[in-house]
Write a protein that binds this ligand. Structure first.
Ligand code: FES
Length: 104
């Protein structure tokens, strides 16, 4: 799986949704459907994957499940609305960065 091209330009937002038991029970099953909710022009800029328990659920210091990692940043108590907002904002940033790079 390629996340960056040779010149270092990032091409997609990487969304990793924990599908371990604690996260699943707390709502991760709904989060997996986020791909259908992302606005059409941004959808191609997002890569979604389910991942196994990261053990974040074992320490309250990390917050509460479900956990989602968006481009390396962990989001606790993830909801569809929170994840969708962050993912779409990040995808728009990538498009803006690409536009700037092309115009440079
Ligand atoms: S089940 Fe998601 S971090 Fe453990």
């Amino acid at each position: 799986m390629v996340w960056e091209v040779a010149d270092g330009m990032k091409t997609k937002v990487r969304v990793q949704i924990c599908v371990g038991t604690a996260c699943h029970i707390m709502g991760a099953a709904d989060l997996i459907t986020i791909g259908d909710l992302i606005a059409e022009p941004l959808r191609d800029r997002v890569e979604i994957q389910g991942i196994a328990c990261m053990d974040l659920c074992r320490d309250e210091a990390h917050g509460k499940p479900p956990f989602v990692i968006i481009d390396g940043q962990t989001l606790a108590e993830a909801t569809l609305d929170k994840v969708l907002a962050r993912v779409e904002r990040r995808a728009e940033e990538l498009i803006d960065e690409d536009t700037r790079d092309v115009g440079a």
